[in-house]
Design a protein around this ligand. Sequence first.
Ligand SMILES: C[S@@+](CC[C@H](N)C(=O)[O-])C[C@H]1O[C@@H](n2cnc3c(N)ncnc32)[C@H](O)[C@@H]1O
Length: 279
Amino acid sequence: MCICISTGFCIICFSSIYLKSMDFTTAESFLHEGLLQSFELTKYILKTNVYPREPSPLKELREVTAKHPGKLMSTAPDTGQLMGMLLKLINAKKTIEIGVYTGYSLLLTALSIPHDAMVFIPIGFRFISLPIIQKAGVEHKINFIESQALPVLDKLLQNLSTKYPGFFKFNQLNSSSFVLFQQKDNEGSFDFAFVDADKENYLNYHERLLKLVKVGGLIVFDNTLWGGTVAQPEEAVSEDRKESRRSIIEFNNSVSIDQRIEIALAPSGDGLTICRRIR
Ligand SMILES: C[S@@+](CC[C@H](N)C(=O)[O-])C[C@H]1O[C@@H](n2cnc3c(N)ncnc32)[C@H](O)[C@@H]1O
């Protein structure tokens, strides 16, 4: 434990010195405005590439979500398309999702993984898109836990042998619910994790998911550009966004030097950080 902390500190020092001494002049000539800065380009991408291929249950859910006050919380459709591609590329079968609003990313995951695969979701709030999920014929893949996420992740890591209170399948308590919790080896058993919940806990989720996701598996974090505020001075950011912005900046700095993962930050939607566990 001590060795790890010490090593991390050294890496941080090295990394910041390295970044400060880097000459960005040449690199900057290749920079251009990110997608988030061009609404027209975003619309173009959606119209030409995303919407024509969006499965009809997702389209229906997107339209239902658009009528809800928190509609902006839903995962962006272009980000969803990228997630679907990632899930298929790694042939994900066991996934976990943290943070559900109307469940666009959840439904997308359930549609992208094989028939016998499962999504596992600890969530904080009530879930409203059950009829669309049922109509799409994928509810059997979804294990739903109504809970704060951190305690559930901790219980998974303790390999709990009893049913978690509040854990149920959509329709009934199902025997497969028990299977998940009776497994002795939750560690390293997940192929894919998607995090889109409280930004203040991103690093806490990251630590736990690094144990739950297998080497070669992916942990994907949404909103890692936080509306572009990560690149703005703090004074320019509205009060209600400051705390999460700080957490996201801390998260971005931390994963950028984390030797246990490879990363790519895709400027899609509100920023999607893809972490591949390598050790
Ligand atoms: C941005 S929304 C997620 C949107 C989701 N990707 C979708 O497409 O429906 C964030 C959700 O995270 C949930 N949340 C926030 N804090 C949480 C926590 N500590 N544990 C579990 N869920 C949490 C909230 O219920 C909220 O609905």
